[in-house]
Design a protein around this ligand. Structure first.
Ligand code: GLV
Length: 313
């Protein structure tokens, strides 16, 4: 029986399989354990089931001499030092596919909210500011015929594209070898779906924001650090961007007094891309399968991608 640390209570029947086979301790807090608490937890652990809010760096791995399996409850593995784990022969597993549709739904939900000003309009109703119907009130942008640039043509990017096609949008994809500024200049909407790596960190910087079409909309359901957030705030305030919808920010949680939240035409969600009952149960199934396999000395069924560096990401 191996000792397994689970850093947050997670839903779904698959947890039972883990509990039946191993000595499992689940961190009881709603918040992530602090770095020092996590180091103490892993000191005698053989397996770790963590979330994207847990930082798994060299220091943590050094504090976990027995660790032989890390399963993250996410498809993104940017919170884990994959090279350091590989150097210690610790396999890392992720939860792909099961969260693709739910996350793509949120990308489209954000796009509709921003383009059609749903957040502002709904807030006006609640604030007693619902005046008489007038032809010029609450005008937004059409999706039909608008050009959507999907940055990152992976599973979630492609699923978002399929949904956008049904809205009549014209789709373009930006991969890692494409000339991003010229693609940005052509797009009415840019949606980010690329993993966070040293090469993609702040890929949407001030220059990229300036390269976008004036009045374009930015959607980010990937990772907050893909975007220069202060640059984004300025672009929204100046009107260079017409709006933005974010399911991810830097940091998370974003403090309620963050200057970004004062920017116009901005919708921010608290990282709920995968937050459906079935999706989260599916993520539990995959994370548990990864842990059980590795603790049995078998390859993980859903391994994290190989570590990337800035030079070849
Ligand atoms: C969520 O952000 C994930 O990477 O699954």
């Amino acid at each position: 029986m191996a000792k397994v640390i689970v850093t947050r209570a997670i839903p779904g029947p698959a947890m039972q399989q883990l509990v039946e086979r191993h000595d499992v301790s689940v961190w009881p807090g709603e918040l992530a354990p602090a770095a020092e608490q996590l180091r103490e937890l892993v000191a005698s652990a053989d397996g770790l089931l963590c979330t994207s809010a847990d930082r798994i760096d060299e220091q943590l791995l050094d504090a976990a001499p027995r660790l032989r399996a890390i399963a993250t409850y996410a498809v993104g593995s940017d919170n884990i030092d994959l090279a350091a784990a590989a150097a210690r022969a610790i396999p890392v597993g992720v939860t792909p596919d099961v969260l693709t549709d739910a996350t793509a739904d949120i990308a489209i939900g954000l796009l509709l909210s921003v383009a059609r000003r749903l957040r502002e309009a709904e807030a006006a109703v609640r604030a007693g500011k619902w005046g008489p119907w007038t032809p010029q009130a609450w005008l937004g942008a059409d999706l039909n015929g608008a050009r959507l640039l999907i940055v990152g043509a992976g599973r979630i990017g492609r699923a978002t594209a399929r949904r956008a096609q049904a809205f009549g949008m014209e789709i373009a994809f930006a991969g890692r070898d494409d000339d991003l500024p010229s693609l940005l200049a052509d797009a009415d909407v840019v949606s980010l779906h690329t993993p966070l790596t040293p090469a993609t960190e702040r890929m949407i910087d001030r220059a990229a924001l300036a390269a976008m079409k004036r009045g374009a909309i930015l959607i980010n359901t990937g990772r907050g650090r893909l975007v220069d957030q202060e640059g984004l705030r300025e672009a929204l305030v100046s009107g260079q961007l017409g709006g933005a919808g974010l399911d991810v920010t830097d940091p998370e949680p974003l403090p309620a007094d963050a200057p970004l939240l004062q920017a116009p035409n901005l919708v921010v969600l608290p990282h709920i891309g995968s937050a459906t009952h079935a999706t989260r149960e599916g993520m539990t199934r995959l994370a548990v399968a990864n842990l059980l396999a590795a603790l049995d000395g078998q390859p993980m069924p859903h391994p994290a991608p190989a570590p990337v560096s800035a030079s070849h990401a």
